[in-house]
Design a protein around this ligand. Structure first.
Ligand code: GLC
Length: 733
C-alpha cells in the first residue's frame, strides 16, 4: 500500500510539472530554440511596446517588456573597461561607490601583441566585468582603420592593417560574448577621424571599402558572431552610416547575413524614413534632454519613437519593418540576459589584474636599444632619474567615451619605485600639460624653462634617465571629438628631450600614446619604447620590461612616418584629409599604411610590424608544401625560426603576399599570416602557417566580387613590413 501511495504521489508531481511546463510560454522556456522564443515573444508584444524597444529610454538603456518579463537592454562603454554608472539621462557619473573597474590596455596595445590568444583573454576579462555590472551590450571593440596619425580615436582601434585587425577582433568578441554579454563592434564604418565626424561624407572606391575598411567588421560578424554592431556618425556616399542602405541592408544584413542588432552611435540618427528602411534597429542618444519636450527632443520624439508608431498607423511604414527590428533585439536578449547559460561575471579580480598586466607586457614595443642600455636590471644603477609628466599622470581618464573610473592605476613612477626601490629613484616633472579635467583645477602653470632646468639637474646626477612623454588623451592629444593638430610632441617635449640627452647620454624615452609622433631626436636618443595607454597595470608592465624581467615582444600595428606628408591620405591634401567640411575623398585608396610606404618606396621612421627584443631571432628560408595551387586550396607555409640570443623571448613572425602580374594596381605586399612564437634561448622551431588562396584575392569592382587571378604570387616571411627575410614564388592555377 505504502509503495502504491508513493508511486501515485510521484505521478501527481510529474503531472503537475508537465502541466506547469505546458503552461509556461515558449519565450520563457530557456530550453526552447532561440528563434522559437523570438517568434513566441513577438506574438505577445503590442505595437507600442515594440516601438518602445527600438529606441532609448535613458542615456544607455532601452525598454524591454516588463509585463512579459522581458528585461531592458543596458549598454555601456567601452572597449578598455566598463564605464562608471551615469545619471539616467546624463553623461556625467552618478558617483556610485561600487563601479570602479579594471582598466585594460588600449586596443592599439592589444593589436601590438600580435597574439590572438591574448585577445581572447582580453575579451573574456572585460566581458566578465560587463556581466558583473549587468550590462546587456558592451560598446566595443572598435576596429576603424588607422588612416592617418591625426585621428583622435586611433588609440581605441587596432591599427592600419585589415588582416591584423580581423585576426585580433574575433577572439575579443568571442571572449566577451561567452559571458552572455553582446559585443558591439564599432564604428561601422569609415569613422577614421573626429573632425566633422557627425556628417563628413566619405567618398571611397569599392576596392578600398572592401579591401581595407570592411574586413575587420566582416570577420567580427561572420567569425566573431558579434551580436551587435554600431553605426558610425559620418556619411558614406551621401547617407549617414547609422541608416545607410548600402552598408546596413546590402552589405551587413544581405551579403554578410548579420543576424544581430544595429545600434546607432549616440546622436547618429537624423531621419525617420531612413532609420526605418535602411537597416537601423536601435536608436540611441538622439539629442534630447530625455524626459520632457523643453530644451530638446524627449525619448518619445526619437526618430524611431512616435514618428515610427504614427507612420505605421498611417500606413507609411509596415509592421514587418518594425518586427524585423524587434526580432533582432529579442534575439540579442535571448542570447544574453535571458539565456540559461549566462555566467555570473567577475569584477576587479586578481585574475583581471593579471590579464591587464599580461596584455600590457606583451604589447609594449621596443623601438631602439643602442649600446644594449636595456635592460636596466635591478641593482645595476643606484640613481635612476624618472622624468616627465606621463610618469605620474593617470591615462585611464580622458579620451572621451572610453574614459574610465578605475579601482587602481599603477603609474610608471609607482611601478619603477616598486621595482627598484624608492631610494634609487628621483623624479622631476619636466613639462606641464594643460588641465583636461572638467574641474578647471587651479594648477601651478610653471614656465617650461624652469621645469626643464629642474629636470636637467636631476638627469645630470643620475646613472640612467627614464623619460615618460608622448600624448595624454587631452583634447587634440588622442581624444574622441578632436583630432591632433600637429604631428609633433606637445608641451615643449622635443626641447626637453634634447636637453636631457645633453645632460645624460643614458636616456630611455618611453612614449605613451595611441598614435605615431614625430621624433626629431630619433638618431641621438639611444633607447625608445612605445608604451601605449596601458591601463591599471601600466607601471608594473613598464617596470617589468625596463628591468628585463619581461622580454618585450610587441610589434607596431601601424607605421610611424618620418614626417606627416609621408602619410598617404595627407599627401593628397585637404580634400583627402580631413575633407572640405562636407566631403572627403579617400584618394590614397587601397594604399593605406605600409601599403603606401612600400608601394611608393617611402621609408617610414618605424615600420608596421616592427619591434625589437632583448634576444635575437634567425629566420630560415620560407618554403611551401607545393609549387602551384587551385583557387580553393590552402597554402602551407613553413620556415625555421631560431632564438639566437641569450634570453627566452617571443617573436611575431609575419608572412606577406604579392601578386607578380596583376591586372589592377595592387600593394607591393599585404600581410596574410602571422604567429607569435615563444622560444627559449638557443631553441629553434619549424613555424607553420596557412594561407587560403582565396585570401590572395582583390575586390573586383567590375564583377563586384573577390577575384584571384591565375598566375605567380610571391610569399615573404618577415620580422616586419620593412624586414623581409626570404621569399618563395607559387603559382595559382
Ligand atoms: C560616443 C562614441 C561611441 C560610444 C557612444 C556611447 O559618441 O562615438 O564610441 O560608445 O557614444 O558613449
Amino acid at each position: 500500500m505504502k509503495k502504491l501511495k508513493t508511486f501515485l504521489s510521484c505521478l501527481l508531481v510529474v503531472g503537475l510539472q508537465v502541466n506547469a511546463q505546458s503552461a509556461r510560454p515558449v519565450y520563457l522556456d530557456p530550453s526552447e530554440p532561440i528563434e522559437k522564443r523570438v517568434e513566441d515573444a513577438l506574438s505577445r508584444i503590442t505595437l507600442k511596446e515594440k516601438v518602445d524597444m527600438c529606441h532609448a529610454q535613458s542615456k544607455f538603456s532601452a525598454k524591454g517588456v516588463a509585463r512579459l518579463g522581458i528585461p531592458e537592454v543596458w549598454t555601456d562603454d567601452g572597449p578598455h573597461g566598463i564605464r562608471e554608472e551615469v545619471f539616467w539621462d546624463e553623461w556625467s557619473g552618478a558617483k556610485w561607490t561600487n563601479d570602479s573597474c579594471t582598466a585594460f590596455p588600449a586596443l592599439t596595445c592589444l593589436a601590438a601583441t600580435f597574439n590572438p590568444d591574448v585577445a581572447l583573454l582580453y575579451g573574456k576579462s572585460v566581458g566578465e566585468e560587463a556581466r558583473y555590472r549587468n550590462k546587456t551590450v558592451l560598446l566595443g571593440p572598435g576596429v576603424n582603420i588607422y588612416r592617418t596619425p591625426m585621428n583622435g580615436r586611433n588609440f581605441e582601434y587596432m591599427g592600419e592593417d585589415p588582416y591584423l585587425s580581423s585576426r585580433m577582433v574575433v577572439p575579443y568578441i568571442q571572449g566577451v560574448q561567452q559571458n552572455g554579454v553582446a559585443a558591439c563592434v564599432k564604428h561601422f564604418a569609415l569613422n577614421n577621424q573626429e573632425y566633422m565626424r557627425d556628417h563628413i561624407n566619405v567618398n571611397i572606391s569599392d576596392r578600398a571599402l572592401y579591401e581595407i575598411y570592411l574586413p575587420a567588421f566582416k570577420a567580427a560578424v561572420q567569425e566573431g558572431k558579434a551580436w551587435s554592431i554600431m553605426g558610425s556618425y559620418n556619411e558614406l556616399r551621401g547617407q549617414h552610416c547609422c541608416h545607410n542602405d548600402l552598408l546596413l541592408n546590402q552589405i551587413l544584413k544581405t551579403e554578410w547575413k548579420f543576424d544581430g542588432v544595429v545600434i546607432s552611435d549616440w546622436g547618429g540618427v537624423h531621419d525617420s524614413d531612413q532609420a526605418v528602411q535602411n537597416g537601423l534597429d536601435l536608436e540611441m542618444g538622439t539629442s534630447t534632454d530625455g524626459l520632457t519636450n523643453n530644451g530638446g527632443v524627449a525619448y518619445a520624439d526619437y526618430y524611431l519613437a512616435n514618428p515610427f508608431l504614427k507612420g505605421i498607423e498611417l500606413g507609411k511604414y509596415t509592421v514587418d519593418q518594425l518586427n524585423s527590428k524587434v526580432t533582432r533585439i529579442l534575439r540579442l536578449i535571448f542570447r544574453s540576459t535571458m539565456s540559461k547559460d549566462r555566467p555570473f561575471g567577475r569584477f576587479v579580480s586578481p585574475e583581471h589584474s593579471a590579464a591587464a598586466l599580461k596584455i600590457a607586457e606583451e604589447g609594449i614595443v621596443l623601438l631602439k636599444n643602442n649600446r644594449q642600455l636595456l635592460p636596466v636590471t635591478v641593482g645595476k644603477y643606484k640613481k635612476i632619474a624618472v622624468i616627465g609628466e606621463n610618469a605620474t599622470r593617470s591615462v585611464t581618464l580622458g579620451g572621451g567615451s572610453s574614459s574610465l573610473k578605475v579601482q587602481y592605476e599603477v603609474t610608471p613612477l609607482e611601478g619603477l619605485i616598486a621595482k627598484y626601490g624608492k631610494e634609487n629613484i628621483v623624479y622631476s616633472r619636466g613639462y606641464a600639460s594643460e588641465r583636461s579635467s572638467k574641474k578647471k583645477a587651479k594648477q601651478l602653470i610653471v614656465p617650461s624653462d624652469s621645469l626643464i632646468n629642474a629636470a636637467v639637474e636631476t638627469a645630470k646626477n643620475a646613472d640612467v634617465v627614464v623619460y615618460f612623454g608622448g600624448l595624454n588623451k587631452n583634447p587634440n592629444q588622442d581624444s574622441e571629438g578632436s583630432d591632433r593638430k600637429s604631428y609633433e610632441l606637445p608641451y615643449g617635449q622635443d626641447k626637453l628631450i634634447t636637453a636631457l640627452l645633453k645632460a645624460n647620454k643614458n636616456l630611455v624615452v618611453m612614449l605613451v600614446s595611441g598614435n605615431a609622433v614625430a621624433m626629431p631626436w630619433v638618431n641621438e636618443v639611444p633607447v625608445i619604447l612605445q608604451t601605449w595607454y596601458l591601463g591599471s597595470e601600466a607601471g608594473n608592465a613598464i617596470a617589468g620590461v625596463l628591468s628585463g624581467e619581461v622580454n618585450p615582444s610587441g610589434k607596431l600595428p601601424f607605421s610611424f612616418p618620418k614626417k606627416l606628408d609621408d602619410n598617404g591620405a595627407i599627401s593628397f591634401g585637404k580634400e583627402s584629409f580631413p575633407g572640405d567640411s562636407i566631403n572627403e575623398y579617400y584618394k590614397e585608396d587601397i594604399l593605406v599604411g605600409y601599403r603606401w610606404f612600400d608601394t611608393k618606396k617611402i621609408a617610414p621612421l618605424f615600420a608596421f610590424g616592427y619591434g625589437l627584443s632583448y634576444t635575437s631571432f634567425e629566420y630560415g628560408k620560407i618554403t611551401t608544401d607545393k609549387k602551384s595551387y587551385n583557387p580553393d586550396e590552402t597554402i602551407k607555409v613553413s620556415f625555421i625560426l631560431k632564438n639566437t640570443g641569450m634570453k627566452d623571448g617571443a617573436e611575431a613572425v609575419q608572412v606577406y603576399a604579392s601578386q607578380a602580374h596583376a591586372s589592377v594596381i595592387r600593394p607591393a605586399k599585404e600581410l596574410k599570416a602571422f604567429k607569435k612564437v615563444f622560444l627559449k634561448t638557443g631553441e629553434s622551431v619549424t613555424v607553420e602557417l596557412e594561407i587560403k588562396v582565396q585570401d590572395l584575392a582583390f575586390f573586383n569592382e567590375v564583377t563586384h566580387a573577390w577575384s584571384v587571378e591565375p598566375g605567380e604570387f610571391i610569399l615573404r616571411n618577415a620580422a616586419s613590413s620593412a624586414e623581409v627575410k626570404s621569399n618563395v614564388s607559387i603559382k595559382v592555377l
